[in-house]
Write a protein that binds this ligand. Structure first.
Ligand code: OAD
Length: 258
């Protein structure tokens, strides 16, 4: 691991990215866990601090894992939820939101993050590909025979909560391994990638599909692709410009008014 504090984005590359941004009619932003790292929310795949270096995703992020030990999985998410609630948007979230508000209708953020930091920073248009960790949904919608269906918010507060009327188990509202992404959100993200002039990719390893495919999709459709990441990612080959630095370091400089 290199010393991230010493990173300064290369000035000519930053200037090139700023020029592309100034000329772009539509800007798509794809964010991953690195976007929220400086808000204190751990990433998944960073070697020492990433969640998946300490926990097995099969145990904690799959229907099978949840079914095997619902209380353990529920508690793990409860702890992560507390971390999200305590966290605050960082300078990177704020810079994106300020740019979007100054250029109405020109920026859409497509995020893989299940936190709500883009929203709390005031980002107007956010597509959530992997769900919302603060939300709850039923493990199995089909167990509910009530009409209209029971509301997960009305479940008893067990670990995990269980519906008092139909007995269904609640689970966190995130997409787990092996599950499809929300169809309408993925379709919107693909349209945004197809239609942008500039795609800014921030803080993702590019290891998880279909989100990782959005950068290549934008590039094939003619967009310039700028990646902000202090480390290599699996989609670096899609980038026209690689800005080596963290979200909170690079985005305020990239997005500041001229
Ligand atoms: P990863 O943990 O795979 O990757 C995080 C990326 O952020 C890495 O490329 C880091 O180098 C980079 N990074 C770390 N700190 C950064 C900083 N301060 N600024 C900018 N970049 C930084 O996270 P994702 O790519 O988001 O799925 O992972 C994709 C999905 O895998 C997640 O959405 C999650 C996980 O399983 C679900 O929750 C469904």
């Amino acid at each position: 691991m290199r010393d991230r504090d010493r990173f300064q984005p290369d000035a000519p590359l930053l200037a090139r990215a700023r020029a592309a941004l100034a000329g772009a009619r539509q800007v798509a932003v794809l964010t991953g866990a690195g976007m929220s790292a400086e808000s204190g929310i751990p990433t998944f795949r960073d070697a020492l601090t990433g969640l998946w270096s300490r926990f097995d995703p099969q145990d904690l992020a799959s229907v099978e894992g949840f079914s095997a030990d619902p209380a353990r999985v529920w508690d793990w998410y409860a702890e992560r939820r507390e971390g999200v609630r305590r966290a605050q948007p960082n300078a990177g979230h704020k810079a994106l939101a300020a740019w979007a508000r100054a250029h109405p209708g020109r920026m859409c953020v497509v995020t893989q993050n299940v936190d709500d930091l883009h929203q709390r920073a005031g980002q107007p248009d956010v597509v959530r590909l992997h769900g919302d960790i603060l939300a709850e949904q039923w493990l199995d919608e089909s167990t509910c025979r009530q009409r209209p269906r029971c509301d997960p918010a009305a479940a008893d507060p067990g670990r995990p909560p269980r519906c008092m009327r139909c007995g269904a188990l609640a689970r966190p509202g995130v997409v787990w391994f092996g599950e499809a992404l929300p169809e309408a959100d993925l379709a919107r993200a693909q349209r945004v990638a197809n239609g942008c002039d500039l795609m800014l990719v921030v803080g993702t390893s590019g290891a998880v599909w279909p989100a990782a495919g959005l950068a290549g999709r934008a590039r094939r459709a003619g967009a310039m692709v700028v990646i902000v990441n202090p480390e290599d990612s699996e989609i670096d080959a899609q980038a026209h410009v690689l800005l080596r630095g963290t979200a909170a370091q690079v985005l305020p400089r990239l997005l500041a008014p001229a």
